[in-house]
Design a protein around this ligand. Structure first.
Ligand SMILES: [Fe+2]
Ligand SMILES: [Fe+2]
Length: 255
């Protein structure tokens, strides 16, 4: 009897605790005013996957290896005179190449710098095409971006695997080479973002313009500084050999 009474008392206590517990943990519900109510997220068009080709992966591996090497290496700064001398030697060598190429008996072999400069002219044409498109040119924008990205990946790959490491060993070219890696990275980020943006999006044109300006700046720095130094540092035969290596690497990466 006493047991039943204590059981009943226990149930009452539990009910009391439970009701007290509920009232203690219950949080006041904040009423939102109509003005603060969040709007449903706008529907987005399906995103395209950025191109992750074999050449893009190889290029990223080369860039990571170069960054590791940079952390370990300590190279003394070159004098301004040595740096300027390499540029002047390169300008003279470049003028000789321009004249030699026009001679009827000159070989058809492309040196590394000529090969890269030809790629640059191609990029300028593609960037011009993309810049002229409108939001309605969905197919045209997609094609230009796909072609540009594929060719840019190969170009950056041969620069980062062949030319940049060879040049970086020379103190007078080291800084401009390190800048080159960073400018490639910026171009890759912008191209990746463009691939994820629907071509009809109002941001596409603006982002493509920034990619164009960024690449044009990079091309100018390479041709007006880095390549002149390369022509001043390497002999004609060395540049021809690097050119053959680049052409072969491009061929292998396309296959
Ligand atoms: Fe380049
Ligand atoms: Fe480059």
């Amino acid at each position: 009897m006493a047991k039943r009474a204590s059981g009943g008392h226990g149930r009452q206590q539990a009910a009391k605790r439970s009701s007290t517990g509920r009232s203690r943990t219950k949080r006041p519900v904040r009423k939102r005013s109509a003005g603060l109510r969040s709007k449903p997220a706008p529907k987005r068009a399906a995103r395209r996957k950025p191109a992750t080709s074999k050449s893009a992966k190889k290029k990223l591996a080369a860039r990571a290896a170069a960054a590791r090497g940079t952390r370990k290496q300590r190279v003394s700064k070159p004098s301004r005179l040595a740096s300027a001398a390499a540029t002047v030697r390169g300008a003279v060598a470049g003028a000789v190449v321009t004249v030699t190429k026009r001679l009827p008996w000159s070989s058809n072999g492309q040196d590394a710098i000529t090969l890269l400069e030809n790629d640059h002219r191609r990029f300028e044409a593609l960037l011009g095409q993309g810049d002229e498109t409108t939001e309605r040119a969905v197919k045209g924008r997609t094609e230009v971006l796909d072609t540009l990205t594929a060719e840019l990946n190969l170009h950056e790959l041969v620069e980062e695997k062949i030319l940049y490491p060879a040049l970086k060993a020379h103190p007078e070219a080291r800084d401009i080479v390190l800048e080159g890696y960073q400018e490639h990275h910026i171009a890759d980020v912008l191209a990746g973002e463009l691939h994820r943006l629907p071509p009809g999006d109002e941001q596409w044109g603006a982002k493509f313009k920034v990619l164009k300006e960024s690449l044009e700046h990079h091309i100018k720095e390479e041709e007006h500084e880095m390549f002149l130094k390369a022509r001043g540092i390497f002999s004609r035969d060395e540049l021809l050999r690097l050119g053959v290596e680049m052409a072969e690497m491009k061929k292998r990466s396309r296959a």
